[in-house]
Design a protein around this ligand. Sequence first.
Ligand code: FES
Length: 177
Amino acid sequence: MSKQHVTTTVNGDEVEFLCATEQTLLDVLRDELHLTGSKEGCASGDCGACSVMLDGRLVCACLVLGVEAEGRQVETIEGMASGDTLHPLQQKFLEHAALQCGICTPGFLVAAKALLEINPDPTETELRYWLAGNLCRCTGYDKIVRAVLDAAAQMRATATKTTATNRGAQGAVAENA
Ligand code: FES
């Protein structure tokens, strides 16, 4: 069967691949692009282990066809850290021991990041509802919830500090003008 040529952007990099029309985005990420951070849990959109962002929207990569990525922006767990610097969510998952087998972890991290981008200060209830599409068979969820809330608090504190620093710098420029 002939394959489709797809050009897309993954974690900021333009990539091209060939895929069969029935291949899922998850299959393409793992088998063609060798980005194996996104996991296949259920392959039916129930467990969230394959969560990725597609044009800024949280999706299960097992429910998206590879050909649907044409011309779009895909973000995966591989794009979360900045070089050797972990994203605050990744760091807090380590500090809170919020993973055991780790199969669910990439999906939780991608989903939690998506929430904090639209709601930097979620309540525990809001967070638990948001993460209801991500299943974990090991942790009992509490450590994951604590890790995300802790990361959110750290990210808010960092944002406040950055804003204050920028205001200070602007004030100094204005005084010297
Ligand atoms: Fe094993 Fe979540 S850590 S499924």
